[in-house]
Design a protein around this ligand. Structure first.
Ligand code: PLP
Length: 399
């Protein structure tokens, strides 16, 4: 019988530090901790709609498959989809795009961001990220050999974008600045004047502004759904990341796009040949239907998110000891729990002792210490239960 192979033979050759240096994300850590628990957990850590994709979108993709849309498409995406994106961008965000030259369809917003960074951020160049922020901005920068630089925003001002703090960090090494509004994790809409100052300062440094607008259509109250790029007449240094994931409940389809000036989109499409060649053909046909077909199911999802936002904001207000910036868009609330301990300890305790899974604020940069993020992309019943449990934690800790 063959003996066990010696351990040395299991050693694999070295891998790149670009990859091995990456820490597991806070979401993943909480996910793992949650998996070890028994009983009924309320899962508020996941950043995706709880709704399934509306049926007419699924039908359109299936029909396209039966009709033979099972091949590679152009690197920029099928023209019909780019036309639908241009039409939707005008209708919903007042952004004028040339479907022939200013849009690249990608594998989700994540690949749009990756290709944007690949095109504009060179090795050791800086990508400035106002924090707290979605961790992928700094992670992707690191994967590309660039520096993802966290620039903390003031907690006292609900993490409102403070352009001066970012401009102070700009140098000849700055390749790009990321602006995400509405913001994951805070739910805040960033001040347009501050963004304008950033766009101007970035231009002076020959740097790009990457506007991540995947939550733009989930803007509530009198928030402005106009694309940031539309406000400034599409400046040449601005790239816009968008996606079907959140608005149409299509996270698993992996369908997003990058919009920007023709010279950048041309290079991005060239690079796309080597990454995935094109987004999934079937997802592209589903996306056409999502944008051009019946909008009622999409409006219903929006209304449900808004109702949940109202509920969550009310409950946060009612519970002594916690507080949060008022969520103006997206489906997150960033709750200050600093009275009860560190972000990590409180998030862990909420899982093990109270059955609610959240994400520690430090998963969104050092600036997030003292808070936890919840996603309210969950049913009202489950949110009610979650807040009963969060209230129980707050009451116990205050005793
Ligand atoms: N941008 C932000 C701020 C996000 O939160 C996400 C997903 O969570 C994305 C972009 C990318 O989403 P997708 O790749 O599913 O389009």
């Amino acid at each position: 019988m063959a003996s066990e192979p010696p351990v040395e033979s299991e050693r694999v050759p070295p891998m790149t530090t670009r990859v091995t240096d990456l820490e597991p994300t806070a979401i993943r850590e909480m996910f793992n901790l949650a998996d070890e628990q028994e009983g009924d957990l309320v899962r508020l850590e996941i950043g995706e709609p709880d709704f399934d994709t509306p049926g007419h979108i699924i039908d359109a993709a299936a029909e396209a498959a039966h009709d033979g849309a099972t091949h590679y498409t152009s690197n920029a995406g099928v023209l019909e989809l780019r036309e639908a994106i241009a039409e939707k961008s005008k209708r919903e965000h007042d952004l004028t795009l040339d479907p022939e030259t200013e849009i690249a369809v990608t594998g989700g917003g994540m690949e749009a961001l990756f290709l944007a960074l690949l095109a504009v951020a060179g090795p050791d160049e800086d990508v400035l990220v106002p924090t707290p922020a979605w961790p992928n901005y700094t992670m992707q920068s690191h994967l590309l050999g660039a520096n993802g630089v966290e620039v903390p925003m003031p907690k006292a001002d609900d993490y409102q974008l403070d352009a001066d703090r970012v401009i102070d960090r700009m140098s000849a090494d700055t390749a790009a600045v990321v602006v995400n509004t509405p913001t994951n994790p805070t739910g805040r809409i960033q001040d347009l004047d501050e963004i304008e100052r950033l766009v101007d300062a970035a231009a002076e440094h020959d740097a790009y502004v990457i506007a991540d607008e995947v939550y733009k259509t989930l803007t509530y109250d009198d928030g402005d759904p106009t694309s940031t790029a539309a406000h400034f007449d599409k400046p040449q240094n601005m790239l816009v990341v968008n996606s079907c994931s959140k608005q149409y409940a299509m996270t698993g389809w992996r369908l997003g796009w990058l919009a920007g000036p023709e010279p950048v989109i041309e290079q991005v499409c060239k690079a796309h040949i080597s990454t995935t060649t094109c987004a999934s053909s079937l997802a592209q046909y589903g996306a056409i239907e999502a944008m051009t077909g019946p909008q009622e199911p999409i409006e219903e999802m929006y209304d449900a998110f808004k109702e949940r936002r109202d509920f969550v904001a009310k409950r946060i207000d009612e519970i002594p000891g916690i507080d949060a910036p008022y969520p103006q868009g997206g489906f997150y609330a960033f709750i200050d729990i600093s009275e009860f301990g560190s972000s990590y300890d409180v998030a862990s305790k909420l899982i093990t002792d109270y059955g609610v899974v959240t994400v520690p604020g430090t998963g969104f940069g050092e600036a997030g210490e003292g808070s936890i993020r919840i996603s309210f992309a969950n049913s009202l019943d489950r949110l009610e239960l979650a807040f009963e449990r969060i209230e129980a934690m707050a009451t116990d800790e205050r005793r």
